[in-house]
Design a protein around this ligand. Structure first.
Ligand code: SF4
Length: 340
């Protein structure tokens, strides 16, 4: 489920208006508006229709401002504009490629790996990424109320082997700070938890999300906090993102990044090297480079394993070791990510 509340047409794309919640409400929500704002051929709208029906377009204005106008091959546009190919069934590409539905012991909780458990802290995202492996996730069945959260958290309280809680979604930072602060307070009170990990794209797509209220609960927790951002191309990191990251670091947060290797977005060594360099400039360490999870609708982004390995070898010759992301795949049933 991705929220589809009625909102006014986005006013323009150079200056995102208002605070982050207003920006969240005023996202671009259809292919026609996206193409109009970017001066793209209206033919692209009809090509996008089926994909939009399957997984709606959603693009914040702050992200839109980093897309080159009139360029249908822009690497940021490729991440958000549906193509006709999304409607084609491709063998091996399925709705739940990571078999997450078999690992949800409580509503809103996914437990796949030893020592850590993942909470679906928000059913919505600020942006809908066309390659998302959760694009078909049944969020409606995994959106506990605050009261229900307590029962879900019992699972964490009872399993003392779990040391790390991971907030995911959707995008967990799409939730209001009041709600997140209460949730983190409850996690804080579980003695065997040591770490809080937050997987989010919001500081990238709406940098104003990193505001005083967010920093307050981040600074207030005793848990060591890691924020794992999701950035696929250096062009996504503008000065507002750099400022947001600097603010997160003042709250004592460790910043990591995971990318997905995507055809037409970042499938060459020069682009990946530029991404690592830019991440480090922004104070973020490259962590994982994931091969695509085979989710239906995203097959056109796939890069074969042999090509991915060659790319990473070329990258290794260009970058210092600490700038090298690890090339991995998530294999259902495995106890950790599988290196390629
Ligand atoms: S922000 Fe993350 S969870 Fe949301 S659509 Fe993009 S990849 Fe998927």
């Amino acid at each position: 489920m991705h929220c589809e509340e009625a909102v006014p047409e986005a006013p323009g794309f150079d200056t995102p208006p208002g605070d982050w919640q207003q920006q969240l409400r005023e996202v671009i929500r259809d292919p026609a508006a996206l193409c109009r704002h970017l001066g793209l051929d209206p033919e692209r709208v009809s090509a996008a229709t089926r994909g939009h029906e399957l997984f709606p377009v959603r693009v914040p204005l702050a992200y839109l401002s980093r897309i080159r106008r009139g360029d249908p091959d822009d690497p940021l546009l490729r991440q958000v504009l549906p193509l006709r190919a999304e409607g084609h069934a491709v063998q091996g590409f399925i709705d739940d490629p990571l078999e997450e539905r078999d690992h949800t012991p409580k509503p809103g909780l996914i437990h796949k790996y030893p020592g850590r458990a993942l909470l679906i802290a928000s059913p919505t995202c600020a942006i809908n990424c066309r390659y998302c492996f959760r694009r078909h996730f049944p969020y409606a069945d995994n959106a506990p109320s605050m009261r229900e959260w307590d029962r879900t958290l019992d699972y964490l309280r009872e399993d003392t082997s779990i040391q790390e809680a991971i907030l995911s979604g959707g995008d967990p930072l799409a939730s209001p700070d009041r709600r997140l602060a209460v949730l983190v307070e409850r996690l804080d009170a579980i003695p065997h938890l040591k770490r809080l990990r937050i997987h989010t794209r919001l500081p990238v797509v709406i940098p104003d999300r990193v505001d005083d209220a967010l920093l307050e609960w981040l600074e207030g927790t005793r848990l060591q906090t890691v924020v794992v951002l999701h950035i696929n191309h250096a062009q996504e990191i503008d000065e507002a993102v750099v400022t947001a990251c600097a603010r997160l670091k003042t709250a004592g947060v460790t910043l990591l990044n995971q990318s997905v290797l995507l055809r037409g977005v970042n499938d060459d060594a020069k682009t990946l090297a530029a991404l690592s360099e830019r991440l480090f400039e922004a104070g973020i360490l490259p962590y994982y480079l994931h091969v695509l999870d085979p989710v239906s609708g995203a097959a056109h982004f796939d890069v074969p394993d042999a090509e991915a390995r060659r790319l990473v070898e070329t990258l290794r010759q260009r970058l210092a070791g600490f700038l090298m992301p690890r090339l991995v795949r998530e294999v259902p049933g495995e106890q950790s990510k599988t290196p390629l």
